[in-house]
Design a protein around this ligand. Structure first.
Ligand code: G6P
Length: 369
């Protein structure tokens, strides 16, 4: 096992560090920048279906559901297709309205999650075209779906999902870009710009991983917290949910993710000097509005850990801690903002002596209901 961990203390840390490579492996052979095209066999072979689709319904569980939420923003923005994101467990039991003009995308790292598999079967019965985004090759969901695209993340051993999440977002971004070109909802110059941006992500993640020690220092201050709030907006709202889930899963600290603007409708009542609030405040994502949320937290004495774009000066003056991420197009920022949140949960959990790779009561793949 020590050999498999490749010198890292835990699989989770190894998998966090594998992300630059995993993201690259996921777009390799698909993103052809010189030719300015995206090639994905599963999409290409079924292009007619995608072009005729009235909407996309994404079904998934856990972290994969969060990747689906990020994809909702990306698909709608890039390809102008209405997207609904559903918990597979809810979808399968509520007699959903599905037609032959719907495309159902099932996202699952393992490809074995019972609820997601059941949702796939139901969607097929109702005549939808079902597309799988799985990591495990030959898994049940990969086999049950009409077509699909694998994330090439490599085996993920840590129960808390890390590189599966970022590679799912990568595959779904490629799909959204491909469809945007096919539908004509994105100009070729903007398309080229996004291809270039996506290709830069692995090296930005690599650079970002150097915040590890800084995040570890911050973690020391919060390891005894009992509650934690995560806020983000737009593309980074699902990242706030994922950050909170990660902390819950491995450190057993109660955490909630919220869209930043919803804070005033509830969570603000919880804020006092013992409440750490992690805020994603990237420069291109509704920045001013998030800054005013940060001020509201500050005036209630909440402790602020802000994820900001490098070079930020405004938030630095207000927040207790800032973690800088490289600049990028906002749509791809979840691939960056997620990384420090993974590290934060990891360090807090290690310092609390939790079993990071195998947290209590959780399973890597939930094959029963
Ligand atoms: C379990 C795992 C999570 C995962 C979820 C969905 O709860 O602990 O990490 O996100 O299942 O798994 P899937 O394999 O379908 O992505």
């Amino acid at each position: 096992e020590q050999i498999e961990k490749g010198g890292y203390e835990h699989f989770m840390l190894k998998e966090i560090y594998e992300q630059p490579r995993a993201i690259q492996d996921t777009y390799r052979g698909r993103l052809l920048r010189d030719e300015a095209i995206i090639k994905m066999a599963g999409v290409e072979d079924n292009m007619k279906k995608f072009l005729n689709a009235d909407r996309i319904i994404i079904v998934a569980c856990g972290t994969s559901w969060h990747a689906g939420l990020v994809a909702e923003y990306i698909f709608e923005e890039f390809s102008r297709i209405p997207v609904e994101v559903e918990y597979a467990s809810e979808f399968r039991y509520r007699n959903p309205i599905i037609t032959e003009k719907d495309i159902v995308i099932a996202i699952s790292q393992s490809g074995e999650t019972a609820d997601t598999l059941a949702a796939v079967k139901l969607a097929k019965e109702k005549g939808a075209f079902v597309f799988g985004v799985c990591n495990v090759v030959g898994s049940s969901i990969a086999r049950e779906t009409h077509a699909g695209a694998y994330t090439h993340a490599g085996p993920e051993i840590g129960v808390a999902s890390t590189k599966a999440f970022t590679t799912q977002i990568t595959v779904l971004s490629l799909m959204a870009l491909r469809l945007a070109r096919a539908k004509g909802t994105m100009s070729s110059s903007v398309f080229r710009m996004y291809l270039q941006e996506l290709e830069l992500i692995p090296q930005k993640v690599e650079q970002l991983l150097s915040v590890n020690e800084h995040v570890k220092e911050i973690s020391k201050k919060y390891l005894l917290s009992t509650n934690c709030l995560y806020l983000g907006r737009g593309y980074n709202f699902p990242v706030a949910l994922e950050g909170a889930l990660k902390l819950k899963e491995i450190s057993y600290i109660h955490a909630e993710g919220y869209p930043a603007a919803e804070m005033k409708h509830g969570p603000i009542a919880l804020i006092d000097d013992r409440m750490p609030v992690i805020v994603i405040a990237t420069s291109k994502g509704h920045y001013e509005k998030v800054v005013s949320n940060i001020q509201e937290i500050k005036s209630r004495k909440g402790k602020i850990i802000a994820i900001v774009t490098e070079g930020d000066t405004t938030v630095k003056e207000i927040a207790d801690h800032v973690i800088e991420i490289p600049d990028s197009e906002e749509a791809f920022s979840p691939l960056l903002t997620t990384i420090p949140l993974q590290l934060l949960s990891y360090h807090i959990a290690v310092m609390r002596n939790c079993n990071v790779d195998q947290p209590r009561n959780l399973a890597k793949s939930v094959t029963v209901e």
